[in-house]
Design a protein around this ligand. Structure first.
Ligand code: SF4
Length: 222
């Protein structure tokens, strides 16, 4: 990864506000590409999306949620019943076990409702910090910026963080992102990483924040 020369920024940096302001101007209400119906189907979709594309998850969950859109129905499917629906998704064996186990726990320990607090959610099988952050932010419970490979790369290239781990980058992003942009920052950074600031050949020529990016000259040959 090309690394920015600049150190990580501090809160209140006008460059950061301008970056997010431009993302907002382009897409004021960014939406997740994962399709879901409620907190439970969102949680299942996010668990299934680890190391898989949102498109592949949507393809699987469309038919799946027609037959199992509640913890009770999912638990009744069992691993064997669930597996055929998600076989096309990476790591499907582990994910099938986790989805059935978390459905059972939601039923047994939370009265059939996904617990909407971080600690309880992260105690569910297959639910780590990133998954909980995506769900809690998406449902408006707690602003959070889940750091996946796209968010990590874009944050480094834009010198929003020089953290060495996803957790460190997340902490930097939560610190420097202006409050009005916090709940949407995750979506913007993911979309930017997926479609503009792509891993191999970022599209700096058409990037809307190129003049604010310390990494752009390296790719533009300046
Ligand atoms: S200018 Fe290039 S490296 Fe910087 S954010 Fe845009 S696409 Fe990424």
């Amino acid at each position: 990864m090309t690394q920015p020369d600049a150190p990580a920024v501090e809160p209140g940096d006008p460059r950061v506000a301008e970056i997010f302001g431009r993302f907002e101007a382009i897409e004021p209400a960014p939406k997740p590409e994962l399709e879901y119906l409620d907190p439970f189907t969102l949680l299942v979709s996010v668990v299934l999306s680890a190391q898989a594309t949102d498109v592949s998850v949507n393809k699987a969950t469309g038919p799946l949620f027609q037959v199992a859109d509640t913890p009770a129905k999912m638990a009744a499917l069992g691993v064997e019943g669930l597996t055929p629906f998600i076989r096309s998704i990476g790591l499907f064996n582990t994910k099938a076990k986790n989805v059935i186990a978390l459905s059972q726990q939601v039923l047994e320990r939370h009265g059939g409702q996904v617990p909407l607090d971080r600690e309880a959610m992260q105690a569910l099988p297959g639910v780590g910090r990133k998954t909980a952050s995506v769900v809690l932010n998406e449902l408006g419970v707690e602003p959070a910026i889940a750091v996946d490979t796209h968010v990590f790369r874009v944050s480094w290239r834009l010198a929003l963080s020089n953290g060495k781990t996803p957790h460190a980058v997340e902490a930097d992003l939560m610190r420097v992102t202006p409050a009005p942009y916090l709940t949407r920052a995750h979506h913007w950074l993911i979309l930017h990483g997926r479609y503009v600031c792509v891993a191999r050949r970022p599209k700096c020529e058409t990037c809307p924040v190129a003049d604010l990016c310390p990494t752009a000259p390296a790719y533009l040959g300046a």
